[in-house]
Design a protein around this ligand. Structure first.
Ligand SMILES: Cc1ncc(COP(=O)(O)O)c(C=O)c1O
Length: 427
């Protein structure tokens, strides 16, 4: 059934009071990747079950999943239940991901989210009281909480620095913050606050030159921009599938550079972390954990999620990584241009240079907020009531509005955002 017809079918079902299995999904339609036309962005948008009338400009919080990914998760659940098939761990997902991000499969461990990956890293790197970790003032709690907790428990020092208004300034702020006590630089590749891309290759080179461990919070880049971990040359990286990669919610990954795995302490171990144990020996015996990042993925895991992540990576290749990056950035430039039309009524917080620009932008309304208790956060609620979803950034007193532009978004959704802005603040 064609998209137009199945939308009608969906609407009919809603009007009649019964929802179809999934909004807009063709009842007998094929959702396998190869059969979906990705020749233009309008067609690609049809691969998403997002309800008509909902404008989702908040992919930075959570990606929406396309039909093939949803189907893949559903099918895996069904097959496991039908066949009583325990989802044994294999390396397919690690291998596919390693090819995508430019590293070895054994340097990848699957996690449930970014926070889990950051925790494995923050508790695993060797540090003693008084050692210093440099983070930014633009951290998500998931990127910094483990370092802060280690500071509370073990007396390491945490120093938070601002991010600059250009890549060059970001680098020099970090360079100037380094002290003889600095042992770790742990910064986001793309901060959640305004989405400015940080010069991570240069930051990691600086760290390496000074014998400092580099850790990147990579919640956002995968699925938005292309990158190669061996070229960035960081020691650790924690990412996820559930934002820009549009994979199942609650699926993440962890990268540990091969020669650092052994030095990274591991406290949580179970099946898959160790190869063998013998409780009949006295004292009982157990191997030391395997020297692969997958040792951090222990015990039974969600087979359906793993299947969905693989499909998300395949879908990503099907649409085209370079093409996605271009589209995401093009929409973001369109957004910047649109906001710039408001002149000094808004302030864009991101650096205005191509290398720092990704698929997110943070801005503040400068004029029109004083009457009727209006606020940046108020605008996000107002937009939500009008079917347009944004993210308010209240963290660290930043107090701004964040807009995410993924490839499934459109210029007309950005125009709509601007219309709402005018109505809320200036009309
Ligand atoms: C930069 C950044 N780091 C970490 C996180 C936490 O990610 P998760 O919810 O996958 O643990 C987020 C979530 O939005 C984020 O934006």
């Amino acid at each position: 059934m064609e998209r137009k017809k199945f939308i009608k079918a969906g609407l009919g079902a809603v009007l009649a009071g019964t929802l179809p299995y999934s909004w807009g999904k063709p009842k007998n339609g094929d959702t396998s990747i190869d059969t979906i036309d990705v020749s233009n962005w309008e067609k690609i948008r049809e691969a998403f079950p997002l309800k008509p009338g909902l404008h989702f400009l908040n992919n930075g919080t959570m990606g929406i999943t396309p039909f093939p990914v949803i189907e893949s998760v559903n099918n895996a659940f069904t097959q496991i239940a039908e066949n009583a098939a325990y989802p044994h761990h294999n390396k397919e997902l690690e291998t596919l991901l390693a090819q995508t991000v430019g590293c070895l499969p054994e340097e990848i461990g699957i996690t449930k989210n970014v926070s889990e990956g950051i925790n494995h890293i923050a508790w695993g790197v060797p540090l003693k009281p008084g050692d210093e970790v440099i983070i930014t003032q633009h951290e998500h709690i998931g990127g910094c909480a483990a370092w802060m907790r280690r500071s509370q428990l073990e007396g390491i020092k945490v120093k938070a620095v601002p991010i600059g208004s250009s890549a060059e300034e970001c680098l020099s702020i970090i360079a100037n913050a380094i002290s003889p006590d600095t042992k770790v630089i742990a910064v986001p590749h793309i901060p959640c606050t305004i989405g400015q891309i940080l010069p991570v290759k240069e930051i990691c080179a600086l760290a390496r030159k000074k014998g400092i461990i580099s850790v990147l919070d990579g919640a956002h880049p995968l699925g938005m921009i292309t990158f190669n971990l061996h070229e960035i040359d960081c020691d650790y990286y924690a990412g996820c599938f559930h934002k820009w990669m549009l994979g199942p919610i609650g699926s993440g990954w962890l990268y540990i550079k091969k020669d650092r795995i052994e030095q990274t302490k591991i406290t949580h171990v179970a099946a898959y972390s160790v190869n063998a144990f013998d409780m009949s020996a006295q004292p009982p015996e157990m191997d030391t954990p395997i020297l692969e990042a997958s040792r951090y993925a222990y015990g039974t895991f969600s087979g359906p999620h793993i299947a969905g992540c693989k499909t998300a990576l395949e879908w990503y290749q099907h649409v085209g990584p370079e093409r996605i990056e271009k589209r995401v950035k093009q929409l973001n430039s369109y957004l910047r241009g649109t906001l710039e039309n408001a002149g000094n009524k808004v302030q864009i917080l991101n650096a205005n240079e191509a290398q720092s620009q990704g698929g997110q932008l943070g801005f503040k309304i400068l004029k029109g907020l004083n009457k009727d208790s209006k606020s940046q956060q108020g605008f996000v609620s107002f937009a939500r009531k009008n079917g347009l979803i944004l993210r308010y950034v209240g963290e660290n007193k930043i107090d701004c509005i964040r807009v995410s532009t993924h490839y499934y978004n459109t210029e007309s959704e950005i125009d709509r955002l601007f219309e709402l802005l005018k109505k809320y603040a200036w009309d």
